[in-house]
Design a protein around this ligand. Structure first.
Ligand code: PEP
Ligand code: MN
Length: 344
């Protein structure tokens, strides 16, 4: 249920409504828009909407039929813009994240990040805890890897994103990363999502291998219901009958999510296709469709990568792609924020 306050409703009236709905057992989530303040009421049992409509300053009460409420465009009409290290996701901004699949060594991260900085990237990716299909595959460097990615990112003035796999890792992640990534395989790990709701850093939720858009938005709702409003959604391909590509990258996620939700939607063309030569065309298409960001795997030497080398771009390929994306974005009213490169 959403309570839309009248334009110009006083703070006292807003607080009065919040107190009323809290007494009825609801949690109140306030969204202050340009025209109206909206109060999202979640969790309570039953209340007669007319009782709220009668309160001073209330314009109307809307019952939301969708199962997600805080993530819904109805709750917040304006786009959520999430800023990390000067890079924005959402609104008129398209943020770019790049880096290797996995943190393998200091040298690997350092060599890769040096190239990415030259291109203008300000957010570095790299997995330290890897959700591998086989228990015998490289599982990641763990905390040692997080230390490496943090050190390298600091050296190049970058922020860090990395995948957190379980609740017990959250405090450790908060020491090293700026965006906590929930992987596709964990999109419905509800306990993890709930706990990330209490974190005061952005959370990136990747779409599950067979998740519907509604399920993805419900995953975001889990995080948001804990109080964390900074959720970035990520389309990374879904499983279909197709076998040529690793997954089927569903770019319809961009217009669909944008209509249903105010949260930024970013695209992962690397896992979405699994093939290096498909990454650039799909990235260009994603930007043309108005995505709010991209997360792209780049390795300084993909042929030696321990994980996902075949879908990782060579730094030169990435740099060419990046300049294409900067040209495409303005056509759809967006811009790609970039690292200031100081030439001496
Ligand atoms: C990743 O980005 O490192 C990753 C494992 O992706 P996904 O969860 O989308 O498979
Ligand atoms: Mn990968």
């Amino acid at each position: 249920m959403l309570v839309i306050m009248r334009h110009g409703a006083s703070q006292e009236q807003i607080e009065n409504v919040i107190n009323f709905i809290k007494k009825k057992g609801f949690d109140a989530h306030v969204s202050t828009g340009e025209l109206h303040t909206v109060i999202g009421c979640v969790g309570g049992k039953v209340v007669d909407p007319r009782d709220i409509e009668l309160l001073d300053g209330v314009k109307e009460v809307i019952k939301i039929t969708s199962s997600y409420k805080l993530a819904s465009r109805i709750f917040q009409p304006q786009d959520t813009v999430i800023e990390v290290n000067g890079i924005k996701f959402g609104g008129s901004h398209t943020g770019v994240i790049a880096g290797p699949c996995t943190i393998e060594s200091y040298e690997e991260m350092d060599e890769t990040a040096a190239k990415l900085k030259e291109t203008g990237v300000k957010i570095l990716r790299g997995g330290a805890f890897k959700p591998r299909t086989s228990p015998y595959a490289f599982q990641g460097m763990g905390e040692e890897g997080l230390k490496i990615i943090r050190e390298v990112a600091d050296k190049y003035g970058m922020a860090v994103t990395s995948e957190v796999m379980e609740i017990s890792q959250i405090p450790m992640f908060l020491d090293y990363v700026d965006i906590l990534q929930v992987g596709a395989r964990n999109m419905q790990n509800f306990n993890l999502l709930k706990e990330l709701g209490y974190v005061n850093k952005p959370v990136m939720v990747k779409r599950g291998l067979s998740a519907t858009f509604e399920e993805l938005l419900m995953a975001a709702e889990y995080v948001m219901s804990g109080g964390n409003r900074e959720v970035i959604l990520c389309e990374r391909g879904i499983r279909t009958f197709e076998r040529v590509t690793r997954n089927t990258l569903d770019l319809s996620a961009i217009p669909v999510i944008k209509k249903l939700s105010h949260l930024p939607i970013i695209i992962d063309p690397s896992h979405g296709t699994g093939l290096r030569d498909k990454v650039a065309p799909m990235s260009r298409a994603a930007v043309a469709a108005g995505c709010d960001g991209l997360i792209i795997e780049v390795h300084y030497d993909p042929d030696t990568a321990l994980c996902d080398g075949a879908q990782s771009l060579y730094p030169e390929q990435f740099s060419d792609l990046y300049s294409d994306l900067k040209k495409i974005a303005p056509i759809v009213g967006k811009s790609i924020d970039t690292q200031e490169i100081k030439t001496v």
